[in-house]
Design a protein around this ligand. Structure first.
Ligand code: C2E
Ligand code: MG
Ligand code: MG
Ligand code: MG
Length: 277
């Protein structure tokens, strides 16, 4: 009996693996068409300064709507794009779209910083980052309008070339943020070497913040050390008023999350803010 059901489970397991594999192959094929078929778009999510609740930044978040497969989340397709050499093209598409959106963003929000997620692979093949800097220069767009969100891993593995590129970005006025901080291995003291402007506390710390004293202690420490090192903290995934109140009490500088604003297409971002207050 046991043997029988064991075998059965094994068949099921193989089938699950096979289906996952087939699904992934399907996504790889589909992803090749995403740019030419105009299936990509950007959503923007406001980030608020906690002291006055002004929307000071917008994070650009990539969306992929496939006609048959539906909306595929970036947590699914970004890793596939990284594995199969599409990430550079996606990154270039994001840059181009943001430059195109810039005027409309300024009309609606005035001076606002645009936060762009950058894959570590874009630093390994830096031509598109260099091209972005050239474009800013040519169009007289100040680098100060942008913030690049990078990962702790990039700094840990940083090569001479990565260091040089981080320097170039810094000199162009582009701010640097560490995304998903706390999920990797680095410490804030270590970050200080890299001219980092912001650290984004990963949402896994925020979701249980009010009940979990350990996470509170961690957040307090991050904020304290940030203050010592002139690095500002952004809490991501803030969903409740209690979380926000606590973060403000702790001295956290910025808040991003569904409590105040979800990501929306550019035309709807401003309206979603107005409806709020
Ligand atoms: P991320 O950079 O950490 O972005 C924050 C994610 O948290 C976004 O998910 C956002 O929609 C979500 N979020 C914001 N507020 C809340 C909240 O209150 N609660 C919860 N549960 N979630 C919240 P999204 O848009 O699905 O993006 C997932 C990840 O995909 C991003 O995480 C980022 O790592 C990556 N990604 C998105 N766009 C790009 C891109 O243009 N380039 C690259 N390289 N990666 C991107
Ligand atoms: Mg991000
Ligand atoms: Mg993040
Ligand atoms: Mg994240």
């Amino acid at each position: 009996q046991a043997k029988k059901s064991g075998k059965h489970q094994c068949v099921l397991f193989n089938q699950v693996i096979y289906e996952e594999f087939a699904r992934k192959m399907q996504l790889i094929e589909a992803l090749k068409e995403a740019i030419p078929q105009q299936q990509l778009s950007l959503h923007y999510q406001p980030i608020f300064r906690l002291s006055n609740l002004h929307c000071e930044k917008l994070e650009a978040l990539l969306r992929w709507q496939h006609p048959q497969l539906g909306m595929i989340p970036p947590d699914v397709f970004i890793p596939i794009a990284e594995e199969h050499n599409f990430i550079i093209a996606l990154g270039e598409w994001v840059f181009a779209q943001i430059i195109q959106d810039l005027q409309q963003i300024q009309q609606q929000f005035g001076k606002v910083e645009i936060c762009i997620n950058i894959s570590s692979l874009q630093f390994a093949h830096p031509a598109s980052l260099e091209q972005f800097l050239v474009t800013l220069n040519a169009q007289h767009i100040p680098g100060e309008q942008f913030c690049f969100e990078i990962t702790e891993r990039l700094l840990l593995d940083s090569s001479v070339n990565t260091m040089a590129m981080l320097n170039n970005l810094h000199h162009a006025g582009i701010k640097l943020a560490i995304d998903d901080f706390g999920t990797g291995y680095s410490s804030l003291a270590y970050l200080h070497k890299f001219m980092i402007d912001y650290v984004k506390i990963d949402k896994s710390f925020i979701s249980s913040l009010t009940e979990n004293e350990k996470n509170q202690a961690l957040c307090k420490t991050m904020i304290y050390m940030g203050n010592q090192l002139n690095i500002k903290l952004i809490a991501e995934g803030v969903e409740t008023q209690d979380q926000e109140t606590l973060l403000k009490q702790m001295g956290c500088h910025y808040s991003q999350g569904y409590l105040r604003a979800k990501p929306h297409p550019l035309i709807a971002v401003k309206e979603s803010l107005i409806q709020q207050d």
